[in-house]
Design a protein around this ligand. Structure first.
Ligand SMILES: CC(C)(COP(=O)(O)OP(=O)(O)OC[C@H]1O[C@@H](n2cnc3c(N)ncnc32)[C@H](O)[C@@H]1OP(=O)(O)O)[C@@H](O)C(=O)NCCC(=O)NCCS
Length: 159
């Protein structure tokens, strides 16, 4: 398995695979050549024998100069539980640290228990919120469009 930066030419493949990997329709402005072109350093692809098996996409915060934000991670269902998601995150962490970002943020939907388990295993904390759902802190209307999210944070330390 190798992990490399995405290229604009990877866009079509990601568009074709994302909804199947997500388990339902998943569309996003991120899956576009322009996003990859402008955020290439924080968009990473895992490949095995030239086949795409996972990806992570994020960006460096302009507002908070010590922060990077992971927007989405997906691994081919056939390759889950083999450390690919962990490897993608670690590659993202490495690049973030190299660009002087020591705080990583990301979010997930409160009902995505597997994602909460994954992020917890990767050392993220669940940021405290005013409200809890089933004992899990949830930020209500996180996105300003009615979407509630569990908010994760991880501090990186240079080795
Ligand atoms: C979440 C996802 C990226 C995990 O990828 P993965 O390659 O299977 O994860 P890894 O094998 O690297 O697992 C890393 C750690 O998380 C844990 N983990 C991963 N999936 C888990 C699950 N479904 N339930 C419980 N723990 C899980 C693993 O046990 C592992 O911990 P350990 O190494 O300490 O034992 C993958 O399941 C996926 O693509 N899901 C659909 C998309 C999604 O939900 N993305 C996250 C929201 S943005």
């Amino acid at each position: 398995m190798i992990i490399r930066n995405m290229e604009a030419a990877d866009c079509r493949g990601i568009l074709e695979l994302a909804s199947g990997w997500w388990g339902s329709e998943y569309s996003s402005d991120m899956f576009s050549k322009w996003y990859i072109a402008h955020f290439r350093e924080t968009c990473l692809l895992a490949e095995e024998n030239g086949r795409m098996i996972g990806f992570v996409m994020g960006f460096l915060s302009q507002t908070y100069p010590d922060e990077a934000y992971i927007r989405i991670v997906m691994v081919d269902p056939a390759y889950r539980g083999k450390g690919i998601g962990r490897a993608l995150y670690h590659a993202f962490f490495e690049r973030a640290l190299a660009m002087k970002r020591s705080v990583i943020r990301c979010v997930t939907a409160p009902w995505k228990k597997e994602s909460i388990a994954f992020h917890t295993r990767l050392g993220f904390i669940l940021e405290p919120q005013d409200q809890e759902v089933d004992g899990i802190p949830v930020c209500m209307d996180y996105d300003g469009r009615g979407g509630s999210r569990v908010v994760f944070k991880k501090l990186l330390h240079a080795e």
